[in-house]
Design a protein around this ligand. Sequence first.
Ligand SMILES: Nc1ncnc2c1ncn2[C@@H]1O[C@H](COP(=O)(O)OP(=O)(O)O)[C@@H](O)[C@H]1O
Ligand SMILES: O=C(O)C1=C[C@@H](OP(=O)(O)O)[C@@H](O)[C@H](O)C1
Length: 265
Amino acid sequence: MEEVHGGMQAYGGVSVVNAVGSWFGSSMAVDLKVEVTVREGRPNIEDPLIKEILEFFHRRYGVPDLEVEVRSEIPSGSGLKSSSAVSTALIGEISRTYGVQVDVPKLSAILSLKAGVSYTGALDDAVAAYFGGISFTHNKEFKVIRRDRAPEDVKVILLARGGRGGVDPNRLRGFPLLFRSIFELAIQGRLWEAMRLNGIAVAEILGYSKEPVDDALRRGALASGISGNGPSYFAVVKCGEEGPILDSWTKFGKITVVRPINLEG
Ligand SMILES: Nc1ncnc2c1ncn2[C@@H]1O[C@H](COP(=O)(O)OP(=O)(O)O)[C@@H](O)[C@H]1O
Ligand SMILES: O=C(O)C1=C[C@@H](OP(=O)(O)O)[C@@H](O)[C@H](O)C1
């Protein structure tokens, strides 16, 4: 078996607006990396998303069976966009290796829905994972509304936790006006306000503790809340002002500090 190529990278992210609430979503990429490589050979990962992607390329473009290697810094089932990072990196790597032109984030959204690993297709997450920066999308129509650069003068402090369980993200669908209004704030440029309101709303609605959020906001965070459907928490702070939140959040578990990431220009 010959290694066909180096490897395609994509990134995790934190939610600006969770798209499950109103189909409108926004996500900010952070420097948590996923790298995917493929080689021709017997498929080696029993995962519904990876299976769906390999089957698609086999059926549509005659791509041969592939062995997939995923190196990921993002816990799975975390709210930190692991599925979109894995999916866009794998789709990007196959399309690059076999010279097929596809719309990588859109195909990721369609196949994530088909594989049953996503509620809306998570086009918001896929766009940020693949291009970096901040995405604004209407997931129902697979439409990218806008892409912005992410501010680079902040750090993102994470309580990164995987293995979501016990919450029902469908409950967010009961609050479409709330999430649509938060999306409007975000796209008007009131980014931290939107991130904070979304993060608090998701914690309230899905029943996560708000203690870490309250703690971070009291200690000067620009925004804090649950990312995605949880269970990970984030806090955004101006560079250099991390200290008080780091001190206080140690009581909640392992802390990871990352930065927003822009990949272009
Ligand atoms: N390291 C990995 N290797 C293979 N698949 C992964 C990996 N990390 C995540 N995934 C895929 O993403 C899915 C988790 O998606 P999801 O529950 O939406 O979590 P997240 O909020 O982190 O995106 C997994 O079921 C799997 O299909
Ligand atoms: O399944 C989906 O369609 C989505 C899941 C959530 O992300 P996570 O998968 O990271 O929880 C959400 O923030 C995103 O906007 C859409």
